[in-house]
Design a protein. Structure first.
Length: 231
């Protein structure tokens, strides 16, 4: 048998049919407003006191241990976000979960990949190649969980208040805005509050009642969060 034919025969053993990824999934968009109103909380210096914005809750698969799919592909731990489904399988894309994203390692002669597939029958885990072929492991493979993954929306503003410490009877609070995960420097500010004047502090609609503050931490009650999260 010629080497080229033999190589193609081996690769054919890895690929188990046609698999065209479906892109028909829409995550649920939800508001973040934490902590709850009227709750009493304790934080350390550098911690967020308040947080408000939007996030998208994705269906995802989290790979907990490296999954060896034959000799050609290894799926490494991390999150893979859902992109679609049909009656045969669920489809997941590569990347999109930041530093928590999983990744795929392939053999040098194997085809490039474009996504993952989990067949409904027997929970079979597969890599989908750029030629829409599926390289699958054994059925009922262990090493992954299906769950929800919150992803901060890249097109909305996230707001936070951060405790920066106490000096005398004054406390310092940092205000930060983020677009996705990128800080908006023009909308960041540090504010000083004199607790001898009032134990209540406010910024952009947020209102906190300070119960106790030291140079190590703060105890406070949430009276109101920021104004409604921007769309």
């Amino acid at each position: 048998m010629k080497p080229q034919v033999f190589l193609l025969s081996i690769i054919a053993l890895v690929l188990t049919g046609c698999a065209v990824p479906k892109v028909n999934y829409q995550p649920v968009t939800s508001n973040i407003s934490e902590p709850p109103l009227n709750s009493i909380n304790e934080k350390q210096i550098g911690d967020e006191l308040l947080r408000q914005g939007k996030y998208r809750e994705h269906d995802a698969v989290y790979v907990t241990t490296p999954l060896k799919l034959s000799w050609a592909y290894t799926v490494h731990p991390g999150y893979f976000l859902k992109m679609g489904e049909d009656e045969v399988a669920e489809y997941y894309r590569i990347g999109g979960a930041g530093e928590e994203s999983g990744f795929i390692e392939k053999a040098a002669i194997a085809d490039m990949y474009q996504g993952l597939m989990i067949k409904r029958e027997a929970n079979t885990f597969c890599v989908i190649t750029v030629f829409n072929a599926a390289a699958c492991g054994d059925g009922n493979i262990a090493g992954f969980d299906k769950l929800k993954k919150p992803i901060v929306s890249q097109d909305t503003v996230q707001r936070t208040l951060i405790y920066s410490g106490k000096f005398g009877n004054k406390i310092n609070i940092g205000y930060r805005e983020f677009s996705g995960n990128i800080a908006r420097s023009a909308f960041s500010n540090n504010v000083e509050y004199d607790l001898s004047e009032s134990m209540k502090i406010g910024y952009k609609g947020a209102l906190l009642e300070i119960i106790e503050a030291t140079n190590r931490g703060i105890k406070y009650k949430v009276i109101s969060n920021f104004n409604a999260a921007e769309k």
